[in-house]
Design a protein around this ligand. Sequence first.
Ligand code: GLU
Length: 316
Amino acid sequence: MSRSAGTRADPRSYDLDDLRERVLGERGGAVDDSIPQLARADAELCALALVLPDGTVRTSAQADAAFSVQSAVKPFLFALALLDTGGQALDRIGIEPTGESFDAIKLETGTGRPPNPMVNAGALLTASLVEGGDVAGRQERIVEGLSAFAAQDLEVDEDVAQSEHLLGDRNHALAHLMRAEGTLSVGADDAVAVYARACAVLVDARALAVMGATLACGGRNPVSGRRIVPPQVARDVVSVMATCGVYDGSGRWMRSVGVPAKSSVSGGIVLSAPDVLGAAVVSPPLDEQGTSVRGRIASEELSAELGLHVFASGGT
Ligand code: GLU
């Protein structure tokens, strides 16, 4: 199906609806059932969007269908934590891949720090480092910060936030463990409340692609023209997406797609190809590693057809 490197497609005329049609027939995977709202997701939803550095936005059908951002929020929580702590968040959290699932009850050996910001332990911590004083203040700052990345006012699905908070037993366990290790300085329940609400922010493929493009453009939002985070922050975040963004599937992802990305249980994937484009794919059925099955296939195709793989040489 893929084009050879010699006939690389142009993202400005690339047919996203054709790619969507090609992956729609894929029936593999299962919709997440960790909370009732996700279990009810439409397994047929499939949408793609890409955003170029000059602010051009290209979308497929269903690119305005809303879904909760879930773990695709983690790169942006990390970015906000780096911004608000002047980079000191890096002393509080590891940046090594775990080879384990997203919610593994495991901290870094010897330090008790979360292993990296792309797993749940890490995101509970980064969300706690965002400025705001109290729980409500941090929640507000996070929604504002994510909205700046998306160049639009984002909203929270309060039912999803409540379910995540109530039913996220492993997140509560991780927060308590980090309290016991002395690495989480806010209350365990407060940490879960803030992270749960961040996961419940509603996006669509278009908004998520703009967010990915902001990281790909060194922290400047190509749609609003605003600088959201400094280039160093964007570079740090995209680096960790490349090594840890697809959990225990990160190695396979970098080999087959070759674009830094973050997956999520709602089936959304955000991709950041520095200086080239940001993209998002969403389709709820997930594989064993919690990655959207259609999202992975579409990302592989997109990468091959647009020549996005960071480690592919142009040579024959
Ligand atoms: N809200 C989910 C959790 O914390 C996010 C996990 C994911 O999207 O991978 O369990």
